[in-house]
Write a protein that binds this ligand. Structure first.
Ligand code: BGP
Length: 468
């Protein structure tokens, strides 16, 4: 049966703590960078979100009904350590214990992200990832998670989208206010996160010999705008900066030579202490998790007029990490359609991305995010007809199946998101879930849960192990 999904394939779905839980200051939780972020005017804040903190039993029951084999969620660091590194908060430990018990009771495999953007505010005030103290604090937090939950949790993710935290530092809240020499600071922070990730992987392997742990960057294939060799070079530059820097360090324990040269030329090299590279090399992932939403297209030097009118996503790609236009320039891709938010929809790019990662690193892969953000409408009878989401997921899964037929070893697929939650920059209006949460930007309504059309579609798909 060429292209079938392997037996035991982990059909899943994902969330993150700060986007789904709410209860932002309940039971001793400390604030995180998210609770202090300056939001766009009038966009939903993260105080209540989908109120998963109080409704997790109902939510996990729905995920079990959908047939999930695994559920990816994150632990809010500042629920366990309210100031990031001081006293452990027993109520926080107890919450995740109950959540994990419930997930296991329903026969679902927990897949835990240790850190998904929500750095404790107290650590941020002391310099965040610029301060080496944060590396030790992360290791302590990770070890606490391994000790408390390691009997039940076999799959761990270190840091969600570390590359986006660096490449879009200003957007995601990685930068402390008043940071000078922004790019240098970001690449120093990146180095410290790499070190923290390596130490967490080492600690995991020492304490939990049967567990598996890996990084979870956002990886996308990058196309050259034309067959001009210079455009090919620009695409290679952007892939190195956007994708490979992070995975080369995580898997091979060394800096990507091309990116290193870029950083050196610009005076952005991080300070590296004596043992750092040995530690980074010693922390080995068991698998690579990756998030994929869209592809990117770049050119060497096309004038604005020839590149077309860039949408906001492409402009953001262009500004990534302050790299100037001698390295690459973002372009339109006339062959792809876009979603309501200007993200290119590119299922074939998904297949290419899986193949590229596997060919480069030869480690098993799992997809930890993929999905379609859209303005859903709750219709009569509390129905949501999200055929556009079904089409997106179906087309991407077909390409994933082809990637497996191409030889890629892939053991799971966790679309974003299990249930509606608050988008990092666009509020609750931009929905991704299989389950509708009845609230608006500011009106909490009754927070009732309704199964969308995609819920029943995914349920059937899982039951047939991916036959579409
Ligand atoms: C990824 C993040 C998620 C989620 C997702 C969708 O970058 O890991 O936390 O936010 O993107 O993005 P958005 O909410 O901006 O549409």
């Amino acid at each position: 049966n060429p292209g079938a999904f392997p037996d035991g394939f982990l059909w899943g779905a994902s969330t993150s703590a700060y986007q789904v839980e709410g209860a932002w200051n309940t039971d001793g939780k400390g604030p995180s960078v998210i609770d202090h972020a300056r939001f766009r005017d009038n966009v939903t804040d993260f105080t209540v979100c989908s109120d998963h903190y109080h409704r997790f039993k109902e939510d996990i029951a729905l995920l079990a009904e959908m047939g999930l084999k695994t559920y990816r969620f994150s632990i809010a660091w500042s629920r366990l350590y309210p100031d990031g590194d001081g006293e452990l908060n027993p109520a926080g430990v107890a919450f995740y214990q109950q959540l994990i018990d419930e997930i296991c009771r329903q026969g679902i495999e927990p897949l835990v992200t240790l850190y998904h953007f929500d750095l404790p505010w107290a650590l941020q005030q002391a310099g965040g990832w610029s301060n080496r103290r944060t590396v030790a604090a992360f290791e302590r937090f990770a070890v606490t998670c391994f000790e408390h939950y390691g009997k039940q949790v076999k799959y761990w993710l270190t840091i969600n989208e570390q590359n986006m935290m660096i490449l879009k530092g200003e957007v995601i809240g990685t930068l402390a206010e008043g940071t000078e020499d922004v790019q240098r600071s970001l690449y120093q922070q990146n180095h410290h996160m790499m070190l923290a990730q390596a130490q967490a992987m080492i600690a995991c392997h020492q304490r939990l010999p049967d567990a598996k742990i890996g990084p979870a960057p956002n990886i996308s294939c990058v196309y050259a705008a034309s067959s001009r060799p210079e455009d090919g070079l620009a695409a290679d530059n952007f892939s190195a900066i956007r994708n490979w820097l992070y995975l080369d360090l995580a898997v091979h324990g060394r800096y990507n030579a091309v990116v290193w040269a870029f950083l050196q030329q610009r005076g952005w090299l991080p300070e590296i202490a004596a043992d750092d590279m040995a530690i980074i090399a010693a922390g080995k992932p068991d698998f690579i998790a990756f998030n994929y939403y869209a592809s990117a297209t770049v050119s060497a030097d096309l004038p604005d007029a020839a590149r077309g009118e860039l949408n906001s996503k492409q402009k953001a790609d262009q500004q990534m990490a302050g790299i100037d236009s001698t390295v690459y320039v973002g372009c339109n891709n006339p062959h792809l359609s876009q979603n309501q938010f200007g993200w290119y929809i590119d299922p074939v790019g998904f297949r290419i991305t899986a193949r590229e990662i596997y060919a480069r690193y030869a480690l098993p892969l799992i997809v930890t995010e993929n999905g379609l953000g859209a303005f859903d409408t709750l219709e009569a009878g509390n129905k949501v007809h999200d055929d556009y989401r079904i089409a997106y997921l179906r087309d991407h899964l077909r390409q994933l199946r082809l990637a497996i037929a191409d030889g890629v070893v892939l053991f799971g697929y966790c679309p974003w998101s299990a249930i509606d939650l608050v988008s990092t920059h666009q509020g609750i209006g931009k929905r991704y879930g299989f389950i509708y949460v009845n609230r608006d930007e500011h009106d909490l309504k009754d927070l009732a849960r309704y199964r969308k059309k995609s819920f029943f579609w995914y349920q059937q798909l899982i039951a047939s192990n991916g036959a579409t």
